[in-house]
Design a protein around this ligand. Structure first.
Ligand code: C2E
Ligand code: C2E
Ligand code: C2E
Length: 91
């Protein structure tokens, strides 16, 4: 089976990420801001990130990519179902 980090695209919920008061997410937020800047992608509510960047970020947090995904999961900053995410807007 594919490792967790390759099983699906890693998509961050930027609102949840940036509004989260927990400083544990500081490095993730920093990376996301930097990626937005480099892509010129300022208006999105979500951000798809590279598996490579997840790997690097896992090193920063002294964990594995799967471990980091679990952490992001716990903090509620991952988007799994884009359709559902955007559909919940329309309500
Ligand atoms: P680059 O890596 O030379 O990529 C140039 C362009 O190729 C990107 O322009 C994007 O349009 C496309 N591209 C490259 N890899 C991918 C990919 O895996 N998926 C998609 N959808 N497109 C891809 P863009 O977006 O304007 O980014 C400009 C530069 O900013 C990139 O040049 C890269 O150096 C950096 N960058 C942007 N996003 C990321 C990121 O998530 N991680 C990293 N490490 N660098 C990024
Ligand atoms: P997808 O990757 O499943 O993304 C679905 C929608 O989620 C996108 O609709 C966009 O509204 C949002 N989204 C996903 N990742 C990002 C992100 O990093 N930043 C922002 N601001 N929004 C994001 P959209 O734009 O209509 O794109 C529909 C589909 O078209 C995408 O599905 C993808 O398959 C493709 N696509 C769009 N732009 C690119 C691109 O630059 N490169 C590649 N390779 N595919 C793209
Ligand atoms: P995606 O655009 O659907 O791309 C899926 C995978 O195809 C990428 O996974 C990467 O392995 C490969 N790929 C797509 N375009 C390119 C390319 O131009 N060059 C290379 N070397 N590989 C490419 P990855 O890297 O894990 O990225 C996951 C998602 O993050 C991408 O999904 C895209 O939504 C976003 N992304 C990554 N890098 C960039 C970037 O530089 N610019 C933008 N706008 N989006 C990016």
């Amino acid at each position: 089976p594919l490792p967790v980090e390759q099983a699906e695209k890693i998509v961050l919920n930027l609102e949840a990420l940036y509004d989260h008061p927990d400083s544990e997410l500081e490095h993730v937020a920093k990376l996301a801001r930097s990626i937005q800047q480099r892509r010129g992608d300022y208006n999105g509510r979500i951000l798809s990130i590279r598996a490579d960047d997840l790997y690097t970020l896992a090193v920063v947090y002294s964990t594995t990519p799967s471990g980091l995904i679990e952490k992001l999961e716990d903090f509620g900053v991952l988007v799994h179902d884009l359709q559902a995410f955007f559909a919940s807007d329309a309500e």
